[in-house]
Design a protein around this ligand. Structure first.
Ligand SMILES: N#Cc1c[nH]c2ncccc12
Length: 368
């Protein structure tokens, strides 16, 4: 139908990646008409690029009721461009739970789903960024502060965002555990020595990341250390370099093994049923997508998020962001032959040895 034709047409264009500096300049000097002119085409291009990939998902996932709802939403979204879909993340999570409970997925399908969802959600972050910028700069949505240009703070004070996220995570932690670890914060501005650390950033994105990491660090610390005597501090280092703004959150929460760590970022493993709203659910418990989505917020403007864990001791969570705004350009999925190939590839033949099930890692099997 017409939607299929629109999809084919708009998915032939590559999404235009804007730097945070371009968002800033346009927010200061642009006008509503040219913004909407750009928006109406770019939203369709970004939607069409990711929608084409939906059809390449494993048929079992596409057959789940929730996934049908999401692709149905997208058809509406193509026709009513600025219509919001506030529940796409949860609805997609439902689809994965339905799939996991129905037939389960093989490794190739799971890799394809992980690849697709990282692209799907960063695409959604970018569409909401475009929509919010237009609505705040040219519409009637108020900015968080008079200094902000849309949802961008040209001089985001990193320490205040870190403190804000810590205080809110501490509030939840105190309410559930009746105690919480202290934070030891060090700020190192290696570019403007001795000055506060400011960068051009979207404060709500940085806050989302820090809040998630603090909740996990506090929960690990109290679950491992107990709540009776003082829990070990959470140490936070913020360093502004000439290229990167780096933040490290170090806890003594007992850490996790590499296999567990990998699952924390896996949508299939980390999709938990929505928590009961009866207050019994530990408020710090990850509701599933906290870490994978936080990593996408970090990656969206060319940053990243890593967890380095030492099982039995503790975990370092490291966030990197671009300190130079012209280098902080959007990372956007492009529908292409390579994305199609990766989504449709069958299980690969092993090109590395793997342990024989039920055998010790080092025992040599005489039959081989
Ligand atoms: N994010 C995060 C974490 C920060 N500390 C952690 N300890 C165990 C598992 C996850 C984490």
């Amino acid at each position: 139908g017409t939607v299929a034709k629109k999809l084919d047409h708009y998915s032939q264009f590559q999404p235009s990646s804007l730097s945070i500096q371009q968002y800033l300049d346009f927010g200061r000097n642009g006008n509503a008409a040219s913004s909407f002119e750009f928006l109406r085409k770019e939203l369709l291009v970004r939607l069409a690029n990711i929608m084409q990939e939906i059809s390449l998902l494993p048929p079992k996932l596409l057959a789940t009721p929730s996934s049908k709802m999401v692709s149905g939403c997208f058809n509406d979204q193509l026709q009513v461009i600025l219509k919001r879909h506030a529940h796409v993340v949860e609805t997609m999570a439902e689809g994965l739970i339905e799939l996991r409970e129905s037939d389960g997925v093989d490794i190739a399908a799971e890799r394809g789903i992980q690849y697709f969802l990282d692209r799907f959600y960063i695409n959604r972050i970018s569409i909401r960024m475009l929509q919010n910028q237009h609505l705040v700069v040219f519409g009637n949505v108020l900015p968080e502060s008079p200094r902000h240009v849309g949802c961008i703070d040209p001089a985001c004070d990193v320490e205040s965002v870190v403190l804000d996220a810590f205080e809110n995570a501490k509030f939840l932690c105190d309410r559930y555990y009746l105690t919480s670890p202290m934070m030891k914060l060090e700020m190192h501005n290696m570019v403007e020595k001795g000055s506060p650390i400011n960068i051009v950033a979207v404060p709500s994105h940085l806050y989302h990341i820090m809040f998630e990491l603090f909740k996990n660090a506090m929960r690990a610390t109290l679950e491992f250390h107990g709540v009776d005597d003082d829990p070990p501090d959470i140490k936070v280092y913020v360093v502004k370099g000439s290229e990167d703004l780096s933040i490290k959150i170090s806890d003594r929460g007992g850490g996790v093994s590499r296999t567990v760590l990998e699952r924390l970022f896996n949508y299939m493993y980390s999709t938990a049923p929505p928590p009961p709203r009866d207050g019994t659910q530990a408020p710090l418990a990850g509701y599933g997508y906290g870490l994978p989505l936080s990593r996408l917020y970090a990656r969206y403007f060319q940053g990243d998020l890593f967890l380095v864990s030492m099982e039995g001791y503790g975990t370092d969570a490291c966030i990197y962001m671009k300190a130079v705004p012209v280098e902080a350009s959007e990372v956007l999925p492009i529908y292409s032959t390579s994305s199609r190939r990766l989504l449709t590839q069958a299980a690969q033949v092993a090109d590395w040895s793997h342990p024989i099930p039920g055998q010790g890692q080092n025992s040599r099997d005489p039959r081989r």
